[in-house]
Write a new protein. Structure first.
Length: 175
């Protein structure tokens, strides 16, 4: 009986804390100015961070706030995201990894070699060691030393393109 009362009290307190954090998140999300919204989320993350460091007991609020704040910061990243993320994000880009782990959307790389398979699909090796293979049948000229980008596309696919051209090809990472 005593255990059920303790469980009920913990659930009641945790839902109350959840409601407070959720209300603050909603208040931040309602701001129309992007900078004000980011400042609000950063302030909320800072309060959660300090309350987590100061409190000895575990709480549900830090888990919720830290899970939502990085996604907002990741969506407001600059076009050159490869410089802001660690090297491992660049290595994992395009591989069979969870999409939520890294938020890299576009990666610029230099081509070291271009080969064709027996079916005419391009096999491109980049200076960072990654190897990508063309997965569609479009004609696209590439040469060694050229800098191209690989970008996330719809439904987990990737496209390879260049800033100097208005055409792309679908690619899949093989190494």
């Amino acid at each position: 009986m005593r255990l059920s009362w303790i469980t009920a009290a913990v659930i009641l307190v945790s839902t109350h804390v959840n409601a407070g954090v959720e209300q603050e998140l909603l208040a931040c999300a309602m701001k129309s100015d992007k900078l004000d919204r980011l400042i609000c989320f950063d302030a909320l993350a800072e309060t959660v961070k300090t309350s987590k460091n100061n409190a000895g007991a575990t709480s549900v609020a830090p888990v919720i706030a830290t899970a939502t704040v990085p996604s907002v910061a990741a969506s407001s990243s600059s076009p050159n995201t490869s410089a802001a993320l660690p090297k491992s994000a660049e290595d994992e880009f395009g591989g069979n990894f969870k999409a939520e782990e890294k938020s890299l959307e576009k990666l610029y790389m230099e081509i070291t070699s271009v080969k064709k398979d027996p079916y005419g699909a391009l096999k491109v090796t980049f200076s960072n060691g990654q190897v990508w293979k063309q997965s569609d049948t479009r004609h696209y000229k590439l040469k060694a030393g050229e800098t191209v980008y690989v970008e996330k596309a719809a439904l987990g696919s990737f496209v390879l393109g260049s800033d100097t051209r208005n055409a792309t090809i679908r690619v899949k990472r093989i190494k």
